[in-house]
Every structure is written in structure tokens, then in C-alpha cells.
Design a protein around this ligand. Structure first.
Ligand code: ADP
Ligand code: GLC
Length: 510
């Protein structure tokens, strides 16, 4: 149901967004959510840093900004986004014109608290300078965790910013923005915040905790993850903090950019294709094999191509894959990976590819075009995640007719329905509602992945059923519109709370 209330304005703050900067799914989300909200009539501004290499936008203003005695002149470069929304790129070369987004070579810059405080403060102060008071501020992950904090402290009685409610979205609880407590004065924050129900976390401060505790409403990027993070297993020590905010915690499943990720119009594919005619997928597969220097003979083309595109870290199940290293070349499949991450996993995959050049390909690097080609050319997409707040790649795979094999966690559990023979391909599930779209396993063990993978490989040998499974996935709708409507309801709820209007809360399912 579309909201009947008058649309308002939202200032979204985060550390990465397509097309300006990307290391993972957060960038995809912040690159698409603004347009989806704008389609619902909302006035949307997205604030993010103007990192090295970002040269879009025209200068809207320059003004001095002081955070904890550190003064710099900051610039705001404005870029129009589709649908009438806009981005504010915060220019402050001393903190943002650096080699990395978060740190050198995957590390962390020691002044990250200041860097992201500058982002948040520049965005809020520029809104105030313009007299453009947003109805709500939507902050993402620890890098923007200070937005709810400043709104509740420094700007609480500000003539323009005073009383603006905020929504804080958790994309990944594993990144907690933990810093020494002596950062508090350097961020213009009082020691009263160094308490267990504010920012203090085991003797340090957590900017993630600040966002969670100070926002009116907290969301996680899938309904399942919103439940999981309240348990010790997935809570990373934050489960108690989140249980405390249970009444104000909701899960909103991410959408995907169905224009950027569309097999019928994807400029990175040799030939477009659709559910009616999947032949373009074969051309993409052949090209992937060439790019990975794998054979393109009939047998290899026929053999199922299993792909991973991922940050190479434990979260994504790379330790399980390492345990299966000897097994993989023996399976009736070809494996490829595209990713960057921990050296041990990069080395493992390049080593495997060198030893089994007929069966395994590895590409270490970040390559958007290749990612699109692989989503199209692979037969099976593998995401054996230990935890997965939402996951976007499996939704891209569904849309590209590439069957996902995933673990039943977070957004993977919310978006992929396990194929069970009793459920029939693409038929109704035992619960009578959902169609099978992939293969799902429960246990985080090498055997768990292997069993699901083997089930997938077995069904691949049955082309009729396989095609039905592909088509069931392709028929799914994961566009942003529904999720954007949910965010609007959440914004309205935060606004109501900001006015001190009591409501009953929503909590999460269950
Ligand atoms: P996460 O944000 O945890 O990394 P998601 O599944 O939400 O996981 O999003 C990952 C995004 O990053 C997807 O758009 C995926 O295609 C992209 N991606 C990950 N690694 C690479 C890579 N090496 N090259 C290109 N794109 C990548
Ligand atoms: C994080 C999560 C991923 C999610 C993405 C976008 O990077 O690891 O699961 O899809 O954020 O919300």
C-alpha cells in the first residue's frame, strides 16, 4: 500500500554509493535507494565523501568546519541524480583525498573517526546553512553512526537541525566503529556519552552503538538478519544492545537496481537474453571461460560453471571453500572466483587455478564489468556465507537465471527458496506459497556446502527441470519499490517518535 501521508525530505548519509565509490553492497544500496524514494515523491539528498578520483558535481558552497578543534574548509559538490534527487559530495582533501576509502590496502586510517565525523557534520551543517531542514536523517553503518548522536547532542537545540529524527540502518554488525574513548572530546562529544547505554563498549566507544542507541528507529537489511542479530550467535556482542531496542528495530530487505542489473539490457554481455530465450547465457559463458583462460571445448561448455564474486573473507565462507580445496577439482564442474580480500584466500585460489587450469579459474581484483559477465555466464552462484545481512549477488543471480547455492542465513534465507524434489521445480513449496529458486543448506560445514552443491549439480543434468528452476528465479521481483515504501513507513514512524507521539512499536517478526 502506498503511504497516504505527504512525502517529506530525507538526508541520507553513508560512506559509499554507486557510481561514486564502491567496495561492497552498501554502495549498491545507496546508489539506488535515493531514486526509489524519489519515485514515491520524497525529496532525497545523499551525502558522501568526495574521495580521490571522484570528480563529478559542481561546487555549491565552501565553508569552514571545525570538529574537535580540527578546522578545515570543506566544499560541497552537488550532483543531480535520477528522479530529481541529488548527491552532496563532501570535499575535504586532507581527510578524503587518499589512496583508500577506509584505509591503505584494506586497512584502516587511524583518523577514521574524524574523517567520518567530518562527513556527518558537513552534511548536517550544509543542510542548516541552506535552511533545508530534512524531515528525517537516514544514517548507514558505523561511518554515519555519529549522525543520530550529533542530532541528540550538539544539534538538539539548533535553530534548524533541532529535533530532526533519525533512522539508523545496520548493513553489517561485524564492523562496529570501535575507537579509544579519548576520541570523544576530539569529536566534540561529552564524557556523558561514555556510558553503557550510549556509546561505551568495553572501555572504548563504538560509533555503531551510537547510531543504534541514539536513532529513533533502527533497521537491518533483511527481516531474518534483524532477528539473528538479537542472538549471541550473530550479535557480535551487540545482541543485548539490539534486544534493548527491539521495539524500534525492523528488517527491510534490500532491493536491487533492476536497470543496472538486467540481462535484457546489460552492456557488459555479449548478447542480451531473457527468460524466454536463454541462449545469450551460453555466449556469456563462453566469454567468461575465455576471460579466465579456461578451455572452451564442447565438454567444458557443457559442464556446469560455478562462480563466486565476493570479498574474500571468512564472512563469505572462504574458510569452508578452503577445506574443500582438494574436493573441488574432482567435481563435475568448473569453478571461478572474482574477488579481493585476505591474502591467504587470494593465494589459495590462485594456487588452485595454477594447479587445475582446466577446472578452476581465479581473478583477484575488483572488476564491475567482469562481475556482470559472470552473473550472466555462470550456471550456479555460490554464497556459503557464515552470516549475510542481506546479500545482493544472489538476487542478481536470480535475475540472470544463475541458480544460487546459499546458506540459510540473513538475506540469503529471505530470498532463496530451497529446491526439494517433493516441492517440484518451480512449483509450490510445502508451505504452499513460495517457489523453489535455488539450493539452501543449514550447517556451516564443508559437508553442508558440498551436499547442496551436489544437489545442484545433479539437477543440472536434468535440463528441463533446471530451466524451470532458472525461470522461477528470473520471475522474482526484487526491485526497490516495495522496500522503499517500507522505508517511507519507517521514516514516518521516526518522525512521529521525534514529535514524542507514542506508538506501539513494531519489533521484528516472531
Ligand atoms: P557485501 O556487501 O557483503 O560485500 P553484497 O552481496 O551485498 O555483499 O554485495 C557485494 C557487491 O559487490 C555486489 O554488487 C558484487 O557484485 C560486488 N563485488 C564484490 N566483489 C567484487 C569484485 N571483486 N569485483 C566486482 N564486484 C564485486
Ligand atoms: C553489507 C552486507 C551485505 C549487504 C550489504 C548491503 O555489506 O555484508 O550482506 O547486502 O551490506 O546492505
Amino acid at each position: 500500500m502506498p503511504s497516504r501521508k505527504k512525502p517529506g525530505s530525507v538526508l541520507i548519509i553513508g560512506s559509499e554509493a554507486v557510481p561514486f565509490a564502491k567496495t561492497g553492497g552498501l554502495a549498491d544500496v545507496l546508489g539506488t535507494l535515493p531514486q526509489a524514494l524519489a519515485r514515491l515523491g520524497w525529496d532525497v539528498t545523499l551525502a558522501l565523501p568526495r574521495y580521490r578520483g571522484v570528480d563529478e558535481g559542481s561546487l555549491a558552497a565552501r565553508f569552514p568546519l571545525t570538529v574537535g578543534g580540527y578546522t578545515r574548509e570543506v566544499g560541497i559538490f552537488e550532483v543531480s541524480l535520477a528522479g530529481g534527487s541529488r548527491a552532496w559530495l563532501v570535499d575535504c582533501p586532507d581527510v578524503f583525498d587518499r589512496e583508500g576509502i577506509y584505509g591503505p590496502g584494506g586497512g584502516e586510517y587511524s583518523d577514521n573517526p574524524r574523517r567520518f565525523a567530518m562527513l556527518v557534520r558537513a552534511a548536517l551543517e550544509f543542510a542548516a546553512l541552506r535552511g533545508a531542514r530534512p524531515s528525517v536523517v537516514h544514517a548507514h553503518d558505523w561511518q554515519a553512526g555519529l549522525a543520530p548522536v550529533y542530532l541528540k547532542t550538539r544539534y538538539a537545540t539548533h535553530s534548524v537541525l533541532g529535533g530532526i529524527p533519525s533512522v539508523f540502518t545496520i548493513h553489517n554488525l561485524a564492523y562496529q566503529g570501535l575507537f579509544d574513548a579519548d576520541w570523544l572530546p576530539r569529536l566534540d562529544l561529552g564524557w556523558d556519552l561514555f556510558s553503557i547505554d550510549r556509546l561505551e563498549y568495553w572501555g572504548r566507544i563504538s560509533l555503531l552503538k551510537g547510531g543504534i542507541n541514539e536513532a529513533e528507529v533502527v533497521t537491518a537489511v533483511s527481516p531474518r538478519y534483524a532477528e539473528e542479530i538479537q542472538t549471541p550467535e550473530f550479535g557480535f556482542g551487540f545482541d543485548g544492545i539490539l534486544r534493548r531496542r527491539r521495539a524500534d528495530l525492523a528488517g527491510v530487505l534490500n532491493g536491487i537496481d533492476v536497470e543496472r542489473w538486467d540481462p535484457e539490457h546489460d552492456p557488459f554481455l555479449p548478447r542480451p537474453y531473457s527468460a524466454d530465450d536463454l541462449s545469450g547465457k551460453d555466449s556469456a559463458k563462453a566469454e567468461v571461460l575465455v576471460r579466465y583462460r579456461l578451455a572452451t571445448d564442447g565438454a567444458t561448455l557443457k559442464r556446469p560453471l560455478v562462480a563466486m564474486i565476493s570479498r574474500m573473507i571468512d564472512q563469505k565462507g572462504f574458510d569452508l571453500m578452503a577445506a574443500l580445496a582438494d574436493e573441488l577439482p574432482r567435481l563435475e564442474a568448473t569453478f571461478i572466483v572474482l574477488g579481493t580480500g585476505e591474502t591467504r584466500y587470494q593465494d589459495l585460489w590462485t594456487g588452485l587455478a595454477a594447479r587445475h587450469p582446466d577446472r578452476i579459474g581465479a581473478h583477484i581484483g575488483f572488476d564491475e564489468a567482469l562481475a556482470h559477465l559472470i552473473e550472466a555466464g555462470a550456471d550456479i552462484f555460490l554464497m556459503p556465507s557464515r552470516f549475510e545481512p542481506c546479500g545482493l549477488s544472489q538476487m542478481y543471480s536470480l535475475r540472470y537465471g544463475t541458480v544460487p547455492v546459499v546458506r540459510a542465513v540473513g538475506g540469503l534465507a529471505d530470498t532463496v527458496v530451497d529446491y526439494a524434489p517433493s516441492r517440484r521445480f518451480g512449483g509450490a513449496s510445502s508451505s504452499g506459497h513460495k517457489k523453489s529458486t535455488g539450493f539452501v543448506f543449514q550447517e556451516y560445514t564443508p559437508q553442508g556446502v558440498l551436499e547442496a552443491l551436489n544437489r545442484a549439480l545433479a539437477l543440472y543434468a536434468d535440463p528441463k527441470r533446471w530451466k524451470a528452476l532458472q525461470r522461477a528465479g528470473m520471475a522474482q521481483d526484487h526491485s526497490w519499490d516495495r522496500s522503499a515504501r517500507e522505508y517511507v513507513r519507517i521514516y514516518e514512524r521516526a518522525i512521529k517518535k521525534g514529535f514524542g507521539i507514542r506508538d506501539s512499536g513494531f519489533g521484528v517478526r516472531g
